[in-house]
Write a protein that binds this ligand. Structure first.
Ligand SMILES: CC(C)(COP(=O)(O)OP(=O)(O)OC[C@H]1O[C@@H](n2cnc3c(N)ncnc32)[C@H](O)[C@@H]1OP(=O)(O)O)[C@@H](O)C(=O)NCCC(=O)NCCS
Length: 341
């Protein structure tokens, strides 16, 4: 007879959805104690179980369950995403993983069990979304135990989701900087500013593989879509060399439900979204990004949202410094590992 403390691992099945929901509800409650803007609904086991079921029902989903003494103490469910930018991938989304309190080390057993199949399927790019700061309690050395467990599986921080309260009003920007709603005449400038983000992220240290469109392509796109009320847009302008106003940056707000990046538990209810912001290279670091971000925060409040969400690449040296300065607090961390090397 094995001791009751023996950890047993097996494949995830339909019968595991409810026990997994119990663990996810506990994880979410711990997460919400750190970030009260999170949705209290997911602390209800049935709601959390529905989120697990949604993760489990994705095409190609597979995963693992850890059981000790008859109790489910952890689960891990991943599924591939079709977008080629992620490579031959498997994603563990916001509802795809939880461990019992104090059982963070089990995450390593779960991954060890599940990832064999993923590697055998040729899926070499692995992504996992964890509550920022994790929920496993403190680990040796001060790091969070769950994040620490994934760090010891060769995962590193790729992407950050964050939230903050809306602003009651946008503070006045520095003199000579104007933030105003975009007009159709701004479309050529919007096309150029749109390219500034992927162009920046294609370079080191982000080194994203996402395609960098041309200014012409993005200008045409803005011509076709300009004025869509779902995506209010603002521009920042400063005096150009000839003294005439020159548009140097732009930001777009929208409902968080418009974003494909925020799914499952990462999709906060009643949230606005800072969906895009960029400043042309020569005008960065001078306050335009702050003024644009604050404009979207004020719009979120005017539009009646309870909070405003954004996200950024951890390796983007500009946004990863600018958005926390505007008061955004980390909610989820996307960790990433490429296997085979
Ligand atoms: C991110 C971006 C929009 C910020 O705009 P910006 O005009 O450069 O930023 P600001 O000058 O308004 O600075 C905003 C805050 O970040 C801080 N900051 C900016 N650059 C920084 C740096 N290199 N190091 C430390 N802090 C920095 C500023 O001090 C400021 O905080 P403060 O007002 O409390 O002092 C801009 O840098 C950009 O377009 N980057 C490339 C595209 C991009 O990454 N877009 C965002 C995608 S998520």
């Amino acid at each position: 007879m094995p001791a009751v403390t023996t950890l047993r691992l097996r494949v995830f099945t339909d019968d595991d959805v409810d026990p997994a929901g119990r663990l996810l509800a506990l994880r979410h409650a711990a997460h919400r104690r750190r970030e009260p803007l999170r949705d209290p609904g997911c602390e209800v086991q049935a709601v959390a179980a529905a989120a697990v079921r949604a993760a489990w029902c994705r095409d190609g989903a597979s995963g693992a369950v850890a059981v000790r003494g008859g109790e489910t103490v952890g689960y891990l469910v991943g599924a591939p995403k079709a977008d080629p930018v992620w490579g031959d991938n498997v994603w563990v989304d916001s509802a795809g993983h939880a461990v019992a309190p104090g059982a963070a080390e089990v995450a390593r057993d779960l991954y060890g069990y599940a990832a064999q199949r993923w590697a055998d399927e040729g899926r070499t790019a692995h992504y996992v979304l964890l509550p920022a700061g994790g929920d496993g309690g403190p680990a040796a050395g001060g790091a969070d135990a769950l994040v620490d467990a994934w760090f010891r599986l060769a995962f590193g921080l790729q992407h950050v989701h964050a939230v903050r309260e809306p602003l009651p009003a946008a503070p006045a920007p520095r003199p000579s900087l104007v933030v105003r709603p975009a007009e159709r005449a701004d479309v050529p400038a919007l096309g150029a500013i749109d390219v500034a983000l992927p162009a920046h992220q294609a370079r080191s240290p982000v080194l994203s593989g996402a395609a960098v469109p041309t200014v012409e392509e993005q200008t045409t796109d803005w011509e076709d879509t300009f004025g869509d009320p779902r995506f209010p847009t603002w521009v920042a302008q400063v005096p150009g060399p000839d003294g005439a106003p020159q548009v140097v940056g732009a930001a777009v707000g929208c409902a968080l439900t418009e974003s494909r990046t925020h799914e499952g538990l990462a999709l906060l209810p009643d949230a606005g979204f800072l969906g895009f912001a960029a400043v042309l290279p020569g005008a960065r670091g001078l306050g335009a990004g702050r003024a644009l971000g604050e404009q979207v925060l004020a719009w979120s409040g005017e539009a009646g949202y309870a909070c405003c969400v954004t996200d950024w690449r951890a390796t983007n040296l500009l946004s990863s410094r600018a958005w926390p300065r505007l008061g955004f607090r980390d909610t989820f961390w996307r960790l990433h590992r490429t296997v085979g090397h």
